[in-house]
Design a protein around this ligand. Structure first.
Ligand SMILES: [Zn+2]
Length: 274
């Protein structure tokens, strides 16, 4: 974690300011230490340069979050391969489709500051990095240490910088109105507190900026096709509907579409100008 990143962070429990205690650092990175909240006095550790800003404690997570956390830990190293295979079966090629369907709606420009919540193994991050350029700033958050480890390794290999943090999508450790765009793809279905998570995505986004939220969910009519039934048998997450009832009423330019042959939904909208 870079020292300057501290200016973007706040306590996920009470949104208080952090003070940092550094135990080991390089010229540019804090490797070991902790941040302590001025408000509630909670302390969060930084290890291997990765701040652990998860709130609440893992044992207090909603059942669904805890269950999927366990599952993601188990499948982290094979996740990319499995997804690529599934997309190949659908005749869909990464990363072109990610760029067109997930990153383009973010309307990125060079120098933008972007957050991906539920970044998983980080497949969208290089595409975002390419669009915001060297002067941009990229943040990636996930609840699963295993998935984030894969993402960090992937970006390191590609020579791309991002500020990673372990955290809960429903309790974001970032200050208000920070980001020029926010993406959450492949997470919301497994969040126990969906309404809170969407409100958090909106909170940390700058007024007027784009928010894109997507996940597994068959387009209507697909459930009854041979293909749809096969998918549902493989993975019940495809039975999910877009949680559009949790999108705040006052957002602008709301759009809902299905991508990847009607297997994933994508909601995009703009935070209302203050
Ligand atoms: Zn606090």
């Amino acid at each position: 974690m870079k020292l300057e990143t501290l200016g973007y962070l706040c306590c996920p429990a009470c949104r208080g300011e952090f003070e940092i205690m550094i135990e080991a650092q390089t010229e540019s990175e804090v490797l070991v230490g902790r941040v302590v909240c001025h408000g509630c006095q909670r302390s969060y550790e930084i290890n291997y340069g990765l701040p652990n800003l998860v709130y609440p404690d893992p044992e207090e997570l909603p059942v669904i979050d805890a269950m999927f956390l366990k599952q993601y830990e188990r499948i982290a190293t094979s996740y990319d391969r499995t997804l690529r295979l599934m997309l190949l079966v659908l005749g869909i090629r990464e990363p072109r489709t990610r760029k067109r369907d997930l990153v383009a709606p973010l309307e990125l420009a060079p120098g933008d500051c972007v957050l991906e919540v539920g970044a998983g193994t980080g497949s969208n991050l290089p595409i975002i990095a390419e669009q915001i350029g060297k002067e941009g700033k990229l943040f990636a958050l996930d609840l699963s240490p295993g998935m984030l480890a894969v993402a960090r390794e992937k970006l390191k290999r590609k020579g791309i910088e991002a500020e990673f943090a372990l955290g809960n999508g429903a309790y974001l450790p970032y200050k208000d109105d920070l980001f020029d765009a926010v993406l959450n793809f492949g997470g919301i279905n497994t969040f126990g507190e969906k309404e809170r998570a969407i409100a958090e995505l909106v909170r940390v986004t700058k007024p007027g900026a784009k928010i894109v939220i997507g996940d597994e969910g068959l387009a209507s009519g697909k459930e009854n096709t041979w293909f749809g039934r096969r998918l549902l048998k493989m993975n019940t997450l495809f039975a999910n509907k877009p949680p559009k009832e949790f999108v705040p009423k006052q957002v602008e330019d709301f759009q809902l579409k299905w991508i990847w042959r009607g297997t994933f939904y994508v909601m995009e909208f703009r935070k209302t100008l203050a």
